[in-house]
Design a protein around this ligand. Sequence first.
Ligand code: SAH
Ligand code: SF4
Ligand code: F3S
Length: 451
Amino acid sequence: MSLMEKNKVYIETYGCQMNLADTEIVLGILQNYGYGITKDLNNADVVLLNTCSIRENAEQRIYGRLGNIKTLKRTNPNLVIGILGCMAERLRKDLIDDKKIVDVVVGPDEYRRLPELIDTAFGGDKGIGVRLSKTETYDDIIPYREDGLMAWLSVMRGCDKFCTFCVVPFTRGRERSRSLQSIVEEIKQLSRRGFKEVTLLGQNVNSYLDGQNDFADLLAACAEVDRSIRMRFTTSHPQDLSDKLLYTIAAYPNLCNYIHLPVQSGSNRILKLMNRTYTIEHYLNLIDKARKIIPGVSFSTDIIAGFPTETYEDHLMTLDIMREVKYDGAYMFKYSPRERTKAFEMGDDVSDEVKTKRLQEIIEVQQKVSFEINQKLIGKEEIILIEGFSRKSDQFLSGRTDTNKVVIIPVDDNLKPGDYSKVKINKATHATLFGEFVEKITPDKKLALTA
Ligand code: SAH
Ligand code: SF4
Ligand code: F3S
């Protein structure tokens, strides 16, 4: 321990899981440089917000938060406030010039320079690093992770798809993959620390490529590290989800039978305007094929309501596809125009009132579908990973099935967090299953029941 008290950093994370993973990389970098980490905003020398630009309201919320944090400078004028992540990349100097309270602005590919840029800010200047990189994957950085059961791990960065509504290719730059070897090594470390679930992350994991190894090869290599670790991944683009990937998921019991496969819209006309590069027919074929190859596989999706020129008929097609596929879950959004994207040029001609109404209908359809799917599970057995006490009561444990459904069961002396348990479902809502303990599952057994 040095005699000098360490500077302490506090960080808040917004946006997607990739940002959560990046926050751990940032903390790894800063800790390595000698920073302490604090969860108390009032105790921090450096306050960082790792931000998201995906929709207007995400940015508004962060601006609001910045307003609050600004007041801390009154009592601590030396406090360094920094913006990281996608807003840093998108707004760059605006943040420094307009919002004078920001001292540091660092985009997703320049986190290695954070210590230096924060030092610049301590010296009274602004620290700015917003270059995007074609190669940065933070391959060699050891992320700062608290002990736990679940970890996420970025296997690739950036996106080359340029869906016309999406800001990500502009904030995260071009696609690049981390080496398979370094990912496998990291999973070995997670295994030694007792982690039980790892989610591999990328904006489009199907484009993963390291030499000859594609994403299916990576998943297989990861699954083999530790059979008691469940592997998940997100996100798959429907255009290039390969048969090989489906067969790989089917072959390994610890690869979860769950695919997040965002459809965005049920209308081919809108899909084309979105540059999603698949048709509904292709998409439905894919779902069929996946269901044949992976018995019991479940799907979730993302849906956008009110994309430019979306008619009521287009909207009905979205409701139809949701009823047809029967997603286990959906993330549903109102379209939000983003500068620099192609769709921005198309105008924003669906009124907010109509978007709200369509979104509401989309949510209602999904809740109904989820409720029906869950009702069918009553009386069935599932295997869950016990995560801890339920949010509402320490008389109950909470876990998830490999299809990502939350199951609540009464506390049982046989079970602790990190155990796999067979449970019998006896009640269900659209969001939660309730069940009872049947037997503990040892890790060498199958971690999933195939339907
Ligand atoms: N790479 C992932 C998605 C990342 S963004 C994929 O391709 O699926 C997560 C979701 O946010 C998107 O799937 C989309 O549904 C939604 N989204 C992105 N841009 C949006 C915008 N401008 N307005 C509303 N929703 C948007
Ligand atoms: Fe955005 Fe499309 Fe890339 Fe997903 S695939 S991050 S929606 S551009
Ligand atoms: Fe948001 Fe950037 Fe993720 S825009 S959703 S934090 S990639």
